[in-house]
Design a protein around this ligand. Structure first.
Ligand SMILES: Cc1ncc(COP(=O)(O)O)c(C=O)c1O
Length: 374
């Protein structure tokens, strides 16, 4: 059987990884400034994480959600504490798209409405409801076009108010910082306005923190820079440092009913052990503080690069916007300099999403390589 060929691949075959580096079968070392799509939060193969997973799988790796699993409550309590969201409720699932799917479904259950407002350039995943709120018709099949969604530009509260006034909107969904779309972000006034308008018009306010959350922005959640309280927050990626786990944080005013949401794999023992270990490392190694410090250093260094028009994003979710397309530069970074970086819908943007354990010497390595190439 052949693989269904949906991914354009770089010719690199990683076989092991440690902290900031990935190694191929010939022991060539690659500096990972992409974290496998913003997934690696605490560094590759962190010993606390690998030990926790190993011990857990030797004890019990999985049982269904029909039994008591105290690891789920341990994870919820720790996540509440580390994120400052202690009164929220947690529903666990397996991937980002599934988290978005459940967030939208929950909002529709609660409000009894079905229309969703999303934003230009948004990316929220590829399953049915998630892809329908993703602003990219190329990845929407006809079957996905049955979920009514209106896309609005960021930062235009008057347009949002016009739509909400119609009384048909169940949810407004917005990325804390746009990832795939190219690191644009609503202003604090906009986020506050969305929160107020959602309350006024009985729609739920969903912030998608799948990429911008888990410390990546320098806050635990990127929206925490705006002093707002969303009704639902989606998380995935950095939550499991590569182990597939995702979730939605749900405000205490939303009442759960048995059968409302569910999953076979979500919140299994092994996934919870991975996610608990991630939060413990984030705390023990003060990774939010490291993210803030390394972000400042990266931006200072990158400002000296010629060809960089603008530096976008926050924390370790950064984008260097060049005056030309970056596809060739990315190839040279991988094959000549052995550095992984990311691209975006904006073809001039080089995305930097490293593990949050990055140090100055890794940033220096990147800047020296870029100075040589641009
Ligand atoms: C903001 C955001 N939401 C949702 C998703 C979908 O997550 P997954 O690929 O785990 O389904 C992504 C993935 O890149 C994302 O960046």
């Amino acid at each position: 059987m052949n693989l269904f060929d949906v991914y354009p691949l770089y010719d690199v075959t990683p076989v092991k990884a440690k902290d900031m580096y990935v190694y191929d079968q010939n022991e060539v070392e690659y500096l990972d400034l992409y974290g496998g799509h913003g997934v690696i939060s605490i560094g590759h193969s962190h010993p606390h994480y690998t030990n926790a997973i190993t011990e857990q799988v030797n004890a019990i790796g999985f049982y269904s959600n029909a039994i008591q699993n105290p690891l789920q409550q341990k994870l919820a309590t720790l996540l509440g504490k580390v994120s400052g969201r202690e009164t929220d409720q947690l529903f666990l699932c397996n991937s980002g798209a599934e988290a978005v799917e459940n967030a939208l479904k929950l909002a529709s259950f609660v409000t009894g409405k079905s229309r969703v407002i999303a934003f230009k350039n948004a990316f929220h995943g590829r399953t049915s409801a998630a892809v329908s709120v993703t602003d990219n018709p190329i990845i929407q099949a006809p079957i996905n076009q049955c979920n009514p969604t209106t896309f609005l530009p960021l930062n235009q509260l008057d347009l949002l108010e016009n739509e909400l006034r119609k009384g048909t909107v169940s949810a407004v969904i917005i990325e804390g910082i746009q990832g795939v779309g190219g690191l644009d972000e609503g202003t604090s006034a906009f986020f506050k306005g969305v929160e107020r308008l959602c309350k006024e018009h009985e729609a739920l306010f969903i912030v998608d923190e799948i990429q911008s959350g888990y410390g990546r922005s320098g806050h635990f959640f990127s929206f925490q820079a705006h002093d707002i309280e969303p009704d639902i927050i989606t998380v995935a990626k950095g939550m499991g440092n590569g182990f597939p786990i995702a979730g939605i944080l749900i405000g205490s005013h939303i009442e759960a009913k048995h059968g409302m949401l569910g999953t076979t794999f979500g919140g299994n023992h092994l996934a919870c052990a991975a996610a608990i270990a991630v939060l413990e490392v984030i705390q023990q190694e003060a990774l939010l503080e490291n993210t803030q410090a390394m972000s400042t250093y990266f931006i200072q260094q990158a400002q000296q690069l010629k060809g960089v028009k603008q530096i976008k994003g926050r924390g370790l979710m950064l984008g260097l916007e060049f005056d030309v397309e970056v596809a060739t530069l990315r190839k040279k970074l991988i094959y000549d300099k052995h550095i992984f970086t990311g691209g975006a819908t904006n073809k001039n943007l080089l995305r930097i999403l490293p593990p949050l354990t990055i140090k100055k010497n890794h940033i220096d390595q990147c800047i020296i390589a870029l100075k040589d190439l641009v």
